[in-house]
Ligand binder design. Structure first.
Ligand SMILES: C[S@@+](CC[C@H](N)C(=O)[O-])C[C@H]1O[C@@H](n2cnc3c(N)ncnc32)[C@H](O)[C@@H]1O
Length: 437
């Protein structure tokens, strides 16, 4: 396919997503099934056009005067992909291309900066109803933080210390352009190309197949490292899901602790057994929910309970831009109620003097500081402690590198907050609570 045809396909897919309220991945897959002649390069380019259009829906819509699929795709090609008006004209002259530009489109696409007077949520590409929430967390940086959440994310990997080292894994992945991560000592970052370029397919790399690396955002790795550094031998990962943090905890513990992995939704745990096996993890007991209380024997015994809480995922908008525009106030409130519930549940497992680590991949204070503030009122026997105090003992260099992400002037402090703009990771929040001895 030529570029013109790819632009037209992206418009068709975005229209399908919008009119039929379909998830992006499903709409892309469907289009692929109906257009078998499209090669893998075409599919990658079309997928990139669709995702990039969604990432900057608001700012491109503002500049184009419309948020129609056509306006978004044309704006993405000219501005985000840097092809300019001349590049677009060339593509539109190709077979199967979208219709020629109107005069208004031509004028708008030829204007360099149409965002000078735009409000923060437009410049930062986040939903207008979150304006107050973003201002509260980011202040004057709200638009810049939003804009960083509207870029493409790199592929982050965690070198699995149980099977390899970061240096060996970097060597094995040399051809992908992999480099060492900047914050986590086990992070590897694989850059993703811009424009139509295909992201590297890590799942087919021998280093991945042999369990030497796991795919995990560097922010998620840091959350696990911060938690693991509080040590102990009995750990409960209460919201284990597919096991991303469980695997990172197990690697940090070098198979020396006993980790219990649980999730109240059995389906979310479907991949965990395969992942544990591939990673060479032996010290994890998976507990799935059943008719009886399958965690009863752990009550009051855990040195560490990790609550990797359900959340809106605002910190992961780079990877799931459609979720950004689908998020509603009702969904946010539902997540907050779940967060309170799971925090309350966690309490019964923490031994006297033990720690409860609360993690979200959201940047919103409603899901972070506010949940902890309310928790401390309900559970005055817990206190918030320095989030990096564990890591400062086990890995002082990493703790020092992370110190600038500790927030001290919030409603609840100290807490750790990472974001794409400040840390180059997904948005993550970590609070560490200690039970009275
Ligand atoms: C952010 S995801 C976990 C991701 C996972 N830890 C990882 O690193 O791959 C949150 C998980 O919490 C689970 N969950 C929600 N409420 C829960 C509860 N009350 N008890 C246990 N798990 C819960 C959800 O099913 C979901 O899988």
């Amino acid at each position: 396919m030529k570029t013109g045809g790819r632009l037209d396909a992206a418009i068709e897919i975005l229209t399908d997503i919008e009119t039929n309220h379909r998830p992006v991945s499903e709409a892309l897959k469907d289009w692929g099934t109906k257009h078998r002649f499209a090669g893998s390069g075409d599919r990658a380019a079309i997928g990139n056009l669709v995702y990039d259009s969604l990432r900057k829906r608001s700012s491109i819509g503002w500049r184009m005067g419309a948020e129609s699929p056509r306006a978004l795709v044309l704006g993405t090609y000219v501005w985000t992909w840097g092809q300019g008006l001349a590049g677009l004209d060339a593509a539109l002259a190709e077979p199967h291309a979208p219709a020629p530009l109107s005069d208004d489109e031509r004028t708008r696409l030829g204007t360099d900066d149409g965002l000078a007077d735009a409000p923060d949520p437009v410049r930062g590409d986040y939903p207008a109803w979150l304006e107050t929430a973003f201002l509260r967390v980011f202040g004057d940086d709200a638009a810049a933080e939003g804009a960083a959440l509207a870029t493409r994310a790199p592929v982050d990997l965690r070198a699995n210390a149980l099977k390899s080292t970061r240096d060996k894994a970097l060597k094995a992945l040399e051809e992908t352009g992999a480099v060492a991560g900047r914050l986590s000592p086990v992070a590897i970052r694989v850059p993703v190309p811009g424009g139509p370029g295909r992201a590297p397919h890590i799942e087919s790399e021998p280093a991945y197949l042999k369990g030497h690396v796991e795919i995990q955002d560097e922010g998620s790795q840091i959350a696990a490292l911060v938690a693991a550094a509080f040590g102990g031998s009995q750990i409960l990962d209460l919201c284990a899901g597919g096991g991303g943090k469980t695997l990172a905890l197990a690697a940090a513990f070098d198979n020396k602790g006993q980790i219990y992995a649980y999730d109240d939704d059995k389906r979310r745990m479907k991949d965990i057994f395969d992942r544990l096996k591939r990673s060479g993890v032996h010290d994890v007991q998976v507990r799935t929910p059943g008719k009886t209380d399958v965690l009863a024997d752990l009550a009051g015994r855990m040195d560490l309970v990790l609550v990797d809480s359900p959340c809106t995922g605002t910190g992961t908008w780079r990877r799931r831009p459609d979720a950004k525009w689908r998020l509603t106030e009702a969904a946010l409130e539902a997540r907050m109620a779940e967060q309170d519930a799971v925090l309350d549940e966690a309490v019964r497992f923490v031994r006297p003097g033990g720690r409860l680590v609360y993690v979200t991949c959201s940047v919103l204070a409603d899901e972070n500081e506010d949940r902890i503030a309310d928790f401390l009122i309900r559970h005055p026997d817990f206190t918030l402690i320095e989030p990096l105090s564990g890591l400062a003992k086990t890995d002082p260099a990493t703790a020092a590198a992370l110190a600038r992400f500790v927030r001290r002037n919030e409603r609840v402090a100290p807490v750790l907050r990472l974001s794409p703009a400040t840390a180059g990771t997904d948005g993550f929040f970590v609070a560490v609570l200690e039970a009275a001895a």
